[in-house]
Every structure is written in C-alpha cells, then in structure tokens.
Design a protein around this ligand. Structure first.
Ligand SMILES: [Zn+2]
Length: 373
C-alpha cells in the first residue's frame, strides 16, 4: 500500500509508476486514475472509460519522443556551426546506419548502450538479459577531437554538468542553472529532468511569454539543453544559428511546421505528461481550439500518457478558456468559472505562452557563426 499522496509525488515514483502500469495492464482504470492524479499532484474529477482511453491513445501527438536524431542537431553539424554535437537517445540500429553513412564526413564517437525508463525519464546501462527494452546510445559528432574529449570527460566525471556544458559551448548562465537543478535533485534522481523543466517553464509563467526558440518540449527544439530562463538572450543567440542551419537544409513547409510546433502554448503537469494547445490568447486566458497530448513511442509510457490524455480531454474541451492563478487551474466554460487546485504549490501545472517569432529568425542567408560563449 502506497502512502496517501498529499503533494506532488516525489521519491516514490518507481513504486507509483509500477503500480500505475500494472493497474493499466489489468484494466483497473479507477486505481490507475488515482495513481496518475498522485503522480501529477492534481485531482482530475473522474476516471475515463476504457473506450475514452482507446480513443485518446489513437489521438496522441508525437511532439517530444526522447528517441532518435533531432533535425536541429543534424542541420547544425551539416552547416558547420557547432564544433561538437551530442545526439542522445539514438536506437542502436539507427546509430549503426548513421555511422556507416557519415563516418567519412564526421568524427563519430558512440557511447555505451543504455536503456531508458520513459516514465521516470531515467537512463540505466543496458543489461545483456534485458532484451525487451530498446537499446539506446549517444552519438558524439565533431570534425575534430571534441566528441572524443566530451565522452572521455563524461566517463571520468559523470556529474560534471558544467564541464560537459562548457565543451558543448552552452552559455555560462544556462550551465549554472542546470548544474544547480542537478545538484538539488541529487537527493531525488527521479525528478532531475522534471525539476529542471518545471523551473524553466515557470521562469516566465504566469503572465510572461517565453521565446519559442527556447521551447524544450519538442523534437523540433533548437537548443538541445535547458536554458536558464525561457527568455535568456544568450540562449536565443545560441538558437539562431540552429534556425539558420535548419532553414538552409529544410523546405519552407517543414520550417513552418517546426515554427508552429515550437510556438504552441504548453500545459505542463510533469514529465512526461503535458499537452500542446492550439488556441488564442484572450485577456482572460487561453481559448482552447485543440488539445494535443504528447505520446512517446515507448509503449509503457504511452499507455499512461493515453490515460492522461483521456483524462485531460474529458476535462478540457475546445471553447474553454484556461488560465493559472497561483496553484489553481481556472477553466471558464460557458461563462462559468471553475477553479481546480493543485495538491500543492509545488505541483501547480504550468501554462506557457510564447512570444511571436522575430522576423527572419529562420534565415538561410544568415551568416553561420559560432556564438561567443
Ligand atoms: Zn542563460
């Protein structure tokens, strides 16, 4: 029996998620719903039906996958605007194909295989007797020795976030912020990603707007690291050559899709449970047109994300106006305002608004230069 959850579930995520997964597998939706609310620290009214979960599963959106190459990483290497790029979470088969194809272009170093728990977003070294989980690797791409040096540094000092960030050319302010999040979450490794992401999303919300080039919640992301704030100018400067490099290699249609992906408002509960929302900002909040709940390729996480999606679809519908006040989500439907409190301020959902894209941010003619750190 798990302890009653009074705040956002921390420290017990492994137990919580294994029970949630078992409940979902056995079709115990009421219990699974309770587990999900515990993980989110947010009490949605009632469990969805199994039909609603199936229908939500079919509608999950592939926004952020933590699997495979990201377009901005490859474009930057092709354009020569980065000394070294680290591509994480690459399935070993894709990695082999990539190495065969590009070994004459780049110096390629491949890290040791690992598996990922996609609910907790933790990576563990791959074990020989664990055939079910797909094996992933990191690929270090460079035109010189930088990839090998980065892997050597990571092997020697696993916790040296600052050293690795400096080698990758991240801005010092952003390295410092991530190192701080990593240090505070060392007591609870389950939340390292979640804490860093939540702190970042809260850096401008509520009321402010983030720069869409710094949106971390999409495979289309330009940065490849968490900036210190969603309006960090040094991080924006770092994203600009990535946008230019993408514009040089991708079609206009594809660039428009990337821009659209990165500028959608985000409703975030905790990783991996969030939605991108099509809608319009009004004085009272975000008027919802469509709710796109993210789904991973990983089947276990995806099943839980489908439950979350069905739960959210039952609660938030096109036409609703949404905003956050303190730790409360406020939903206005047919002029009736209802307030839904999170279990604690710590667990309050975050609703992120993005600034409009600056003119010519994706400019293939922009001079590709290495930003000064
Ligand atoms: Zn910064």
């Amino acid at each position: 029996m798990l302890r009653p959850h009074t705040a956002m579930e921390r420290y017990h995520l492994a137990d919580l998620y294994s029970k949630l997964t078992a409940d979902l597998g056995a079709g115990r939706l009421a219990a699974a719903h309770e587990g999900l609310c515990g993980a989110l620290g947010f009490d949605f009214p009632a469990p969805p039906s199994s039909e609603a979960v199936s229908s939500a599963a079919a509608r999950l959106a592939g926004i952020l996958s933590y699997r495979g190459f990201k377009p901005a990483e490859l474009a930057q290497m092709a354009a020569g605007v980065r000394e070294v790029v680290k591509c994480e979470d690459i399935p070993v088969e894709s990695a082999s194909r990539f190495v065969a194809r590009f070994q004459s272009h780049y110096r390629i170093v491949v890290g040791p295989p690992y598996v990922k728990d996609y609910l907790r977003l933790r990576s563990m070294p791959a074990q020989p007797d664990d055939p079910a989980a797909p094996r992933l690797v990191s690929i270090y791409l460079s035109r010189n020795d930088a990839g090998r040096r980065l892997l050597a540094l990571e092997n020697a000092r696993r916790d040296d976030v600052a050293g690795a960030g400096a080698l990758l050319g991240f801005p010092p302010c952003c390295i410092e912020a991530f190192a701080r999040a990593a240090a505070t979450s060392r007591v609870d490794q389950d939340t390292v990603n979640d804490d860093a992401c939540r702190d970042l999303l809260r850096s401008v919300a509520p009321g402010g707007a983030g720069h869409p080039a710094l949106n971390p919640l999409a495979d289309a992301e330009l940065l490849g690291f968490y900036p210190c704030r969603l309006d960090c100018l040094r991080a924006v400067e770092r994203a600009r050559p990535a946008a230019g490099a993408l514009a040089a290699v991708e079609s206009g249609v594809r660039i428009a899709a990337i821009q659209r992906q990165l500028e959608r408002p985000v409703l975030y509960f905790r990783l991996p449970f969030f939605a991108a929302i099509d809608g319009l900002w009004e004085p009272g909040g975000l008027r919802v047109a469509a709710v796109l709940v993210n789904g991973f390729p990983d089947p276990t996480a995806r099943q839980a994300q489908a439950l979350f999606a069905a739960t959210l679809h039952a609660w938030l519908a096109p036409g609703d106006v949404l905003h956050v006040e303190g730790a409360d989500l406020v939903r206005v439907r047919s002029r009736r305002s209802e307030r839904w409190p999170a279990r604690s301020a710590d667990a309050a959902p975050v609703l992120v608004r993005w600034q409009p894209w600056p003119e010519r941010f994706f400019d293939p003619g922009a001079e590709f230069r290495q930003p000064t750190p």
